[in-house]
Design a protein around this ligand. Structure first.
Ligand SMILES: Cc1cc2nc3c(=O)[nH]c(=O)nc-3n(C[C@H](O)[C@H](O)[C@H](O)COP(=O)(O)OP(=O)(O)OC[C@H]3O[C@@H](n4cnc5c(N)ncnc54)[C@H](O)[C@@H]3O)c2cc1C
Length: 397
């Protein structure tokens, strides 16, 4: 596939504005947020006011209209500063707004997408359950038809933004016998609905600014207007959102790798051992070179995939089967490589810092804890390899 890609002046200006904003408003609070494990409500509000929760959403629906490339620029910059803020934006934008943009009715777009893009409504996405993680089609939460309406009962797990969200995209089994192909439906569940409560919020290794919540649904009644996309198409809705999420996760990993590499480069030039900056030792130079190589390669992978998604457009009905499969394979490749390279680069950067890298509160120590989850969420890397392998077996290289 031919690929020529460079950022437009507008995209460059957006990146600069985001970088300046994050340095001024987010960077100063990150260390304390990590220690206190509090959701960063004030900085999230500021980001919402700047329009950063609606970057890829078309302007007609209240967004900034900067597409997936613009969205990846935001996530890359967030990745350089703080993974928690990146995850809050990602759970909302990739996983919350994508289903609405691609599958919502016009009424749902006006009611949910516009305020979500403008930053007046926070979204979350809930697929995982206690018995259904990687096997995400094996949803046990049941959606029972009661007349025109639906009654949802079940327990959901590990929902990012689950405690704070105003609305959650929930996947439930509307026809359990059919499983993922035709038996799962997506619903829009508003906070405060009778029978809905937020359960346990997990203590985690990293991402201390995010909530990871259990959701309890006990005969929650939802009208037909709360069904998102066709009945039975929930698995397609979810996987389409995850394709967007996986590329943006790659962008966040890229940002984290850039910050780790710059930090290690800077430290290695200042830290003197054996009478010289450690950057003069070849073993350290090789680590720095390996980090820079991965950063370089990942930039192409991420923006190629984001550009590809922009070229496809948002009219899902017009996507060919081939185009869908190529998009899904590419997203899996980006997610898998980016998360593993990020773990590796950050690990090497920590090594360059010596003992200091292990001290609680240093940026590299936090980055190390924050990075690990990217190999697990939005589909583990084992699942990404399965996705790639299945597509390879069907369509070849
Ligand atoms: C911080 C955090 C935030 C999250 N946010 C969300 C969210 O917002 N919304 C949401 O719905 N979910 C969310 N998740 C859930 C996350 O997506 C799942 O944890 C993940 O998909 C893995 O599922 P699991 O934990 O049940 O692991 P399991 O599926 O039990 O997997 C355990 C291990 O077995 C491997 N495995 C399983 N099946 C296979 C197979 N067929 N072949 C090879 N290996 C296999 C896995 O790769 C993994 O290594 C979040 C999780 C965390 C920790």
């Amino acid at each position: 596939m031919p690929f020529e890609f460079s950022l437009s002046p507008d995209q460059e200006a957006f990146r600069s504005a985001v970088r300046a904003f994050l340095q001024k408003e987010v960077a100063p609070i990150v260390a304390e947020m990590d220690e206190t494990e509090q959701f960063p409500a004030a900085t999230v509000r500021r980001m919402q006011q700047e329009g950063y929760f609606g970057v890829p959403i078309p302007e007609q629906y209240g967004g900034l209209g900067l597409g997936k490339v613009g969205y990846c620029l935001l996530l890359e910059e967030l990745g350089r500063v703080d993974a928690s803020h990146g995850t809050i934006v990602g759970a909302h934008t990739s996983l919350g707004t994508t289903p609405l943009l691609y599958f919502g009715s016009e009424e749902q777009k006006q009611r949910y997408l516009v305020p979500a893009a403008k930053g007046d409504r926070l979204l979350a996405f809930s697929l995982t359950e206690p018995g259904s993680g990687s096997d995400s089609g094996a949803v046990h939460t049941v959606a029972e038809k009661v007349g025109d309406a639906w009654s949802l009962t079940g327990t959901k797990l590990y929902v990012s933004n689950g405690r704070e969200a105003d609305t959650i995209v929930v996947l439930a089994a509307s026809d359990p016998k059919r499983g993922p192909s035709g038996g799962v439906t997506a619903f829009l569940l508003d906070k405060g609905r009778q029978g809905f409560s937020v359960g346990r919020c997990e203590k985690k290794m990293g991402l201390h600014g995010t909530s990871t919540a259990e959701l309890i649904l006990d005969h929650v009644e939802l009208g037909p207007e709360q069904v998102l996309g066709p009945v039975g198409a929930g698995f397609v809705v979810a996987m389409t959102a995850l394709d967007v999420g996986r590329v943006s996760l790659g962008a966040a990993s890229l940002g984290a790798m850039e910050a780790a590499t710059s930090g290690a480069l800077d430290f290695a030039q200042k830290r003197v051992q054996f009478g010289a900056p450690i950057a003069q030792h070849e073993a350290i130079q090789f680590k720095l070179a390996d980090m820079a190589m991965k950063v370089h390669a990942l930039r192409y992978l991420v923006y190629h995939a984001a550009d590809h998604q922009d070229q496809l457009g948002i009219d899902v009905a017009r996507w060919s089967r081939e185009a869908r499969q190529a998009k899904t394979r590419e997203a899996a490749i980006v997610k898998c490589l980016a998360s593993e390279w990020a773990s590796d680069v950050i690990d090497q950067a920590l090594q360059v810092h010596g003992g200091l890298g292990y001290i609680r509160g240093t940026p590299i120590e936090r980055a190390y804890r924050d990075a690990r989850i990217s190999e697990i969420f939005e589909g583990t890397n084992e699942i990404q390899r399965l996705v790639v392998a299945r597509d390879l077996l069907e369509r070849g290289l």
